[in-house]
Design a protein around this ligand. Structure first.
Ligand SMILES: [Zn+2]
Length: 149
């Protein structure tokens, strides 16, 4: 079911009704606040927790404010990009950090082993965070899309 079919409904007189917009709570609706909520696996709109049904499965709505998480098909591609970017950033800082700390006698074996293991584990561990971070980015840049119901 798409965004518009869920958000808009025809009235009994045939006129289109405006969708309800989830309002961010007063106070911490800054970009940093939204991003912090995403990093902590919390609702980017209200900061409520308990958003996941399992480790990987997100609930369809926020239990606290009703903010709709699932959008159109392909919505979570952005979360995949967040996850890949986090893993690449981790690898970059590991690589540069080891390079700067140990040059010119760099032990490539341990670096390669740590990089392989962490780049295998990090995308899995970071998966829920990547979804909530992506929702925070989406809420910040597309605030009108926080439809309820
Ligand atoms: Zn919420």
């Amino acid at each position: 079911m798409g965004l518009w079919s869920r958000g808009w409904s025809g009235g009994e007189d045939g006129a289109m009704k405006q969708p309800q917009i989830a309002q961010p709570p007063p106070g911490s609706s800054s970009f940093g606040g939204q991003l912090g909520r995403g990093l902590r696996k919390r609702c980017p709109n209200c900061g409520g927790g308990n958003l996941f049904q399992g480790f990987f499965r997100l609930k369809p709505n926020c239990p606290a404010c009703g903010y709709v998480f699932e959008r159109e098909d392909g919505y979570w591609t952005g979360a995949m990009i967040v996850n890949i970017a986090a893993c690449e950033a981790w690898f970059f800082f590991l690589f540069v950090g080891v390079l700067l700390a140990t040059a010119p006698d760099i032990e490539w074996g341990p670096v390669l082993l740590v990089a392989l293991v962490t780049n295998g584990i990090l995308p899995v561990v970071f998966y829920p965070h990547s979804k909530t971070i992506w929702m925070a980015l989406d809420l910040h840049f597309n605030p009108q899309r926080g439809l309820t119901g």
